[in-house]
Design a protein around this ligand. Structure first.
Ligand SMILES: [Mn+2]
Length: 275
């Protein structure tokens, strides 16, 4: 069984969490690496969401950020998929955007690169993609300069991973966290070195609490296509997260065995028994 084959309309986030964690335990893991996040529909936009009674519905996405502990080490993995088995128009566009941003970041991982630079490149690519989809308006570089992208990507690109899910050493000694809206959540600010393990987890979210807040609507009055966004308040969120080991010449994706392309996710669900 895989993580999508048991997901079906009518089951709750909590039921899906239980199915997943049972498989972790059956495979020999002593415990989850952290509290599993399962959010469907609008719940997918809530960072660190605790699975509840909301039912999976055809037409909605499900975001699962969950992983097992193994030999004392934490994994940290996120996938997002459509309940119906098929991404619809805007789901497909936004998913492909996040997937592209994640792949570009993974491709850029190598010793010596500043993690903060990877984050800023991802922010720029998200701004560019959201302009193409007419959700943000303006010049992508200027949008990142004023942190408008962070309305939809309000967290860092990822973090160090090891014995803990958010492992030690995220900030180089002497560096202080930024107070910029688009940077203050960055948990890793250091040059990467061989054998570091990091997560790469860009996301795009429609967070009702942010998007309906008068402060943010005024601050980004011209940068956000508000009429469009107002129709997407229940969209939820998309995050794709992999665990990446820095190698001498680049990186190795430790979680590469878990399907994430649109084609692979739709194929799994086509082949899954729907009982
Ligand atoms: Mn993570």
């Amino acid at each position: 069984m895989s993580w999508t084959t048991c997901a079906r309309p009518g089951m709750t986030e909590r039921q899906l969490q239980i199915e997943l964690e049972v498989e972790f335990a059956r495979a020999g893991s002593p415990r989850t690496a952290y509290g599993s996040i399962v959010g469907t529909g609008a719940d997918g936009a809530v960072l660190h969401f605790a699975p509840g009674t909301r039912e999976l519905r055809d037409g909605d996405l499900v975001l699962i950020d969950a992983a097992a502990e193994w030999n004392g080490y934490a994994a940290d993995i996120t996938r997002t998929f459509p309940v119906s088995g098929r991404f619809d128009g805007i789901q497909r566009d936004l998913y492909q955007l996040v997937a592209n941003v994640q792949q570009e970041a993974i491709d850029a991982v190598r010793p010596g690169i500043e993690y903060r630079d990877l984050h800023m490149r991802a922010a720029h690519a998200i701004a560019e993609g959201l302009v193409d989809l007419d959700i943000l308006r303006g010049d992508p570089a200027e949008l990142v300069e004023c942190d408008a992208h962070a309305i939809f990507f309000p967290h860092g690109l990822g973090h160090m991973l090891g014995l803990s899910t958010h492992d030690a050493g995220g900030c180089l000694a002497g560096r202080a966290p930024s107070d910029r809206f688009g940077l203050k959540w960055l948990r890793a600010d250091l040059p990467l070195e061989e054998n570091y393990v990091i997560t790469i987890e860009p996301g795009i979210y429609f967070i009702r609490a942010l998007l309906t807040d008068a402060h943010w609507r005024e601050r980004y009055r011209t940068e956000v296509n508000w009429p469009r966004v107002d129709q997407m308040l229940d969209f939820g969120g998309i995050r794709i997260e992999d665990d990446v080991c820095v190698t001498a010449n680049g990186s190795e994706v430790l979680s590469a065995g878990i399907p994430k392309s649109i084609e692979d996710i739709e194929a799994i669900q086509r082949e899954a028994p729907r009982s």
